[in-house]
Design a protein around this ligand. Structure first.
Ligand code: HGY
Ligand code: MN
Ligand code: MN
Length: 451
């Protein structure tokens, strides 16, 4: 019988392997629907098959590995994403997929030795695109898997001008398969979704604890604020005559930091700045910034976004700029399901970890999308140094071993509760609070000249 320690060693070696599959030399970047993504998905599909799963894949690159249980019907789904940010670490996403595969391998091995089958199918999922680095579409994989990818997103283009629909076709898929008819997961077809994930923050590391459980995931909005002014000569254009788009954008960057520092529990980040024409001796005529705003309470987040956008409008008026604001994504704060969190806690106690610390997630996760149709729970693994979205992202092998043991005990806890009829059945989207499908992206345009 394979041991959990052996499975963890395999999972960590696989994380290292995936960490070498990148679009770029010298840093880890793996965006969806790229050759690097396909290479990683091929590897993960093989590992799922080795664990005894029947493997299927979809048009955006999601990989599903399913192992039947004692009876057909709604499955227990475990997973996360395998795409990355730019210059990423190797555990954000893949660790959850690899722990799911390890758990499936362990369940298969013990059933081969005579253990009773689980009362439900067990499925591991590797979502193809959670980060939103390409096409500015976070949760691309889980949206496609749940049939909630808005058709309006098919025209979204990446930095090379490639539209999502064309990238899907180029990868051999059919964009129409990403709609409701192509959904892999529907309300009532998932017993629960479990997402093991690194914490990506400092809480567990500061507390000296290996694992945490997630009561809720903060809501977030991602916007694009684009200023248009007038490019001109940096030496001959008087300051009073300038329409400097980057100066306008700079006021928003500073305002985002100020509003976030003044609002307890709020974070705001400008991670991308694009400037045109982009020459040292030319007054910038165009400047576009990303804006990522998050808070556990949606009303507080929305108020902060409005305060930051008010500064953008003032900056545009003062510099005679046009300003366009596009809301690229908005997802509501998402509670994890108490029944799932309770099963994780019972499992942690049963494996000798004791009750786990509750850590609200400041990072977004595919669990937010899955929460629209199923009870979800998240198990956090300590991030040494609290570092993530960075090559120094790490895990401790002992923590990953503890995570696998709690994950296996959670599977057994859920199996016992399903057999006893004490776990809430699969429900419709109304069953548990969760984020509704995304609103269509909103755009607004203001003319700085008061038109
Ligand atoms: O940005 C996030 O919250 C996640 O890591 N995609
Ligand atoms: Mn992640
Ligand atoms: Mn991430």
């Amino acid at each position: 019988m394979v041991t959990t320690a052996e499975l963890v060693a395999t999972a960590l070696a696989r994380a290292d392997r995936l960490g070498t599959i990148s679009e770029e030399v010298g840093r880890l970047v793996r965006r969806p629907l790229t050759p690097a993504a396909r290479e990683a998905e091929d590897l993960v599909a093989g590992w799922m098959a080795e664990a005894g799963a029947a493997v299927t894949r979809d048009a955006v690159g999601n990989v599903f590995g399913r192992r039947e249980g004692a009876s057909p019907g709604p499955a227990l789904v475990i997973g996360s994403h395998i795409d990355t940010v730019r210059d990423a670490g190797r555990y954000d996403g893949p660790l959850g997929v690899l722990l799911g595969i390890a758990a499936m391998a362990y369940v298969a091995a013990r059933e081969d030795e005579g253990d009773p089958a689980l009362p439900f199918p067990l499925e591991v999922v590797a979502f193809a695109g959670e980060e939103g680095v390409r096409f500015a579409i976070p949760f691309l994989g889980s949206r496609a898997a749940t049939g909630t990818l808005p058709g309006s997103w098919h025209g979204r283009t990446d930095e090379d001008g490639i539209a999502l629909a064309d990238a899907i076709r180029a990868a051999g898929g059919d964009p129409a398969a990403t709609g409701p008819d192509g959904a892999r997961y529907r309300a009532g077809e998932v017993v629960a979704f479990l997402e093991p994930h690194i914490e990506q923050g400092p809480v567990l590391d500061h507390a000296g604890e290996a694992l945490g459980v997630v009561p809720a995931i903060v809501g977030q909005a991602r916007l694009r604020v684009a200023f248009t002014g007038h490019a001109n000569h940096a030496g001959t254009t008087p300051m009073a005559a300038r329409r400097d788009a980057l100066a306008g954008a700079a006021t928003v960057i500073v305002a985002a930091e100020r509003v976030a520092r003044e609002t307890r529990g709020l974070v705001a980040t400008v991670g991308e700045v694009t400037v045109g024409p982009g020459a040292a001796n030319v007054v910038p005529g165009a400047a576009s910034i990303s804006l990522d705003v998050r808070h556990a309470v949606d009303a507080v987040r929305r108020e902060a976004v409005e305060a930051i956008l008010a500064v953008a409008r003032e900056a545009a008026a003062a510099r005679v700029l046009d300003v366009d604001v596009a809301v690229e994504m908005e997802v509501a704060a998402t509670p994890c399901h108490p029944a799932v969190t309770d099963a994780i806690q019972a499992a942690a106690i049963r494996t000798g970890m004791g009750a786990l610390r509750e850590v609200t997630s400041g990072a977004g996760h595919d669990a937010m999308v899955m929460a629209e149709l199923a009870p979800v729970g998240m198990l956090f693994v300590r991030s040494p140094g609290g570092i993530s979205h960075h090559p120094a992202e790490a895990v401790l092998a002992g923590d990953v071993l503890a995570a696998l043991r709690v994950l296996l005990a959670t599977i057994d806890e859920l199996a016992a509760r399903v057999r006893a009829g004490t776990f809430p059945g699969p429900h419709g989207a109304a069953g548990v609070a969760g984020s509704p499908p995304p609103p269509a992206p909103r755009a607004s345009r203001q003319h700085g000249r008061g038109e």
